[in-house]
Design a protein around this ligand. Structure first.
Ligand code: MLT
Length: 318
């Protein structure tokens, strides 16, 4: 892999760092994917200097907008998740256009989510939890990482699915890393978050787990086998998987895009990257969704799919 880049007399990336913008707080699930991917792409791009920058807030739209407006020279990239497709349905005045303001590089992975609670939550399994929510309607809260975040989207969909739309107050954070600290400390009651962030905390008994959001465990992660899916718990159509993709500002030179996409493909085959991701319940993309055009078509389809889901759940930002 290194030879591929060492031999080619490309000016890109040269010695200048490549900034990988993560639109959520450090220490969260998006950050986890970005740091693991940066490690693998440093190798597959012949030692390129990848720097992860956390730009959080507004459900990932602040970081996404920063990259949309960045110089299109291949030295600023965005690693984002399903929020790339959820934000258009949640923000009436989004400062960027997801399908027009970015060059698409490819899809990275898919991650399940878990419904988790604070250690003291008086519910010991999913059935108890639904009953507890009903019996304490209006008294409980659920954390998320801002409108357009995966945790917000999951919370919206879950509350709609259990007819508890107004049963819980939603508490926004600048990412689910700070939300997790509040949950472990008992300051918030519940959260829906990705296994890349929750696996360690559940295994350590620092939070209570109740269910997973994918119809089946996505990888060999043994933890996920201990908990039912929301589908098994009666939410027949519930099947939420959080995918992550890589993006550059529109107008990035095609040669740079081609190099980054080639390095992404090699990174997704990196055994260390795969092992880390699968250990956290994620699966790494192995099909053509890593191709720019296929990923862009996938995101366009996700935007169309999520709009009515979000409309039905009914919480928007102006
Ligand atoms: C994070 O990285 O903090 C999460 O992906 C936020 C979210 O989207 O829930």
């Amino acid at each position: 892999a290194t030879a591929l880049f060492a031999a080619s007399a490309q000016t890109f990336p040269g010695s200048r760092p490549i900034t990988l913008v993560v639109p959520f707080a450090a220490g969260g699930p998006t950050d986890r994917v970005a740091r693991d991917l940066a490690e693998a792409m440093r190798k597959s791009m012949g030692g390129a200097n990848f720097v992860v920058e956390n730009v959080n807030g507004a459900g990932g739209t602040i970081g996404a907008n920063k990259v949309a407006k960045a110089a299109p020279d291949g030295h600023t990239l965005l690693l984002h998740h399903i929020g790339m497709a959820a934000a258009p349905g949640l923000y009436r005045k989004l400062p960027y256009k997801p399908l027009e303001d970015f060059d698409y590089l490819g899809m990275i992975n898919e991650v399940p989510m878990t419904i988790i609670g604070k250690p003291q939550l008086a519910a010991n399994n999913y059935r108890d939890l639904e009953n507890y929510i009903r019996n304490n309607s209006g008294k409980l809260n659920i954390a998320h990482a801002g409108l357009g975040s995966a945790s917000h989207l999951c919370g919206l969909m879950w509350q709609a699915a259990i007819n508890a739309k107004d049963a819980m107050t939603t508490i926004p954070f600048g990412g689910t890393a700070p939300a997790m600290n509040a949950l472990m400390g008992g300051q918030v009651d519940m959260m829906c978050d990705q296994t890349t962030n929750t696996t360690g905390q559940i295994e350590a008994g620092r939070v209570k787990a109740y269910a997973v959001t994918t119809a089946r465990p996505l990888s060999g992660n043994k933890l996920l086998k201990d908990y039912p899916s929301l589908q098994e718990m009666g939410l027949k159509s519930f099947n939420l998987t959080i995918w992550h993709g890589l993006y550059a500002p529109k107008g990035t030179p095609p040669a740079a895009l081609a190099q980054i996409n080639a390095a992404l493909k090699l990174a997704l085959k990196d055994p260390d990257f795969i092992k880390r991701q699968e250990g956290l319940g994620a699966v790494v993309v192995t099909d053509n969704r890593v191709e720019p055009a296929a990923h862009k078509a996938f995101v366009a389809a996700e935007i169309a799919k999520l709009k009515p889901v979000i409309e039905a759940a009914g919480k928007f930002a102006d």
